[in-house]
Ligand binder design. Structure first.
Ligand SMILES: Cc1ncc(COP(=O)(O)O)c(C=O)c1O
Length: 367
């Protein structure tokens, strides 16, 4: 095997999925995992095998990946997909250009009342039914409109034809695991909006990724309906260093690694072939941990090199294989086109990371 290589332990992923499902069994909330972390059919299949049918995605390739699985599961319960990212006009033109499977119920986000009007105008030109979630800015200030911007009753009245209101989406990725009261303040405002808009049993209020889903599950109002509560952690399927509090609480196993080799040995230093193009350093250091080498300190990567220092007698040898746990699984997975799989501790084949990267052209148009 060449290195650096992306290695995914499918047994560990299945274990993590089951752990999340056990946690949700103590709540009325449903799980809508975000597949931006895994981006590959072979891991999404583990979610489907476990009975998960609701998903979030962020890009068109991720949506197409889910759609391809809806095709496989035709006749079964259909997939419910939320493209949890504000669509541009070009993205919507792509949606009009592809034939999504009828068993895939796809919803879009309305970022603001103005964006909602754009969706309404586009939907008039498109025969397919689409769900719509209002994106509520619950304090992250990344997308969406603050709750007070969604209270005008005329906003929802504008939804017509092939667009159906499905509920509220309030993503709070800025809340850490120790910030429960801040998170609960944001959920209070979301619940007030849900009540104001008269959300019913067939609507959902969706919040939270890996760092704050536990806050959402412990918030009384979010789960008190009549709407359905949903949470959307995705990183927990693979786990990484950043998700340590959730990993500990749920008993997660590490399911993604970068396999690297020692390519250079110096005094008190070795260099691995997993630089910033193999292991994303987009988080505060340390951006990774070497499995089974506790005495070693990870240095600053360059594009193809990762220097590591430590006592001379505790360094790996030239050519030795080293397993690395990324601090941020999502952006690391996105760097690979292929993954090597393990199951029950043994080699279990390889597969593509189908949804890595971004396409250039609008579907059906090359201009
Ligand atoms: C809108 C949205 N939902 C859900 C998630 C999943 O969060 P996590 O990767 O922490 O599990 C993210 C992560 O960035 C997100 O942006």
């Amino acid at each position: 095997m060449l290195t650096p290589a992306l290695v995914v332990d499918l047994s560990a992923a299945a274990h993590n999925i089951a752990a999340m499902q056990r946690r949700l069994a103590r709540s009325t909330a449903r799980w809508r995992p975000h597949i931006k972390t895994v981006k590959q059919v072979n891991v999404v299949r583990e979610l489907l095998l476990a009975g998960v049918r609701r998903f979030k995605c962020a890009t068109l390739p991720e949506l197409r990946l889910l759609d391809s699985l809806a095709r496989d599961h035709a006749g079964d319960e259909g997939l419910d997909i939320l493209w949890a990212y504000p669509t541009t006009a070009a993205a919507r033109a792509s949606l009009s250009g592809i034939h999504l499977h009828p068993d895939a119920a796809v919803s879009l986000l309305a970022d603001s009342p103005r964006h909602l009007r754009e969706l309404v105008a586009w939907a008039r030109t498109d025969a397919r039914p689409w769900g719509v979630y209002l994106d509520v800015d619950v304090g992250m200030h990344r997308t969406g409109t603050p709750p007070q911007g969604w209270t005008d009753p005329d906003t929802l009245a504008a939804l017509a034809g092939t667009l159906t209101f499905r509920g509220l989406h309030g993503y709070d990725g800025h809340h850490r695991s120790e910030e429960r009261s801040l998170a609960h303040g944001a959920y209070d405002a979301l619940v007030e909006l849900a009540r104001h808009l008269g959300l019913r049993r067939d609507h959902a209020v969706i919040t939270s990724g890996t760092h704050s889903f536990e806050h959402a599950l412990l918030h009384e109002g979010l789960g008190a309906g009549p709407w359905q509560q949903e949470v959307s952690p995705g990183t927990i399927v693979l786990s990484d260093l950043r998700s340590a509090p959730a990993a500990e609480a749920l008993g997660l196993r590490q399911a993604v690694f970068v396999a690297a080799r020692v390519i250079s040995v110096g005094a008190g230093r070795v260099t691995l072939d997993a630089g910033s193009k193999a292991l994303n350093p987009d988080v505060r250091p340390p951006h990774c941990q070497l499995l089974g080498w506790p005495a070693l300190e990870v240095g600053t990567p360059s594009e193809e090199h990762l220097p590591v220092s430590g006592p001379q007698d505790a360094l790996p040898q030239l050519g030795e294989l080293v397993w690395i746990v990324p601090a941020h699984a999502c952006t690391t997975v996105n760097m690979y086109r292929e993954a090597l799989y393990l199951r029950d501790g043994a080699y279990a084949g390889t597969g593509k990371v189908e949804a890595a990267g971004h396409p250039l052209w609008v579907e059906g148009h090359h201009d």
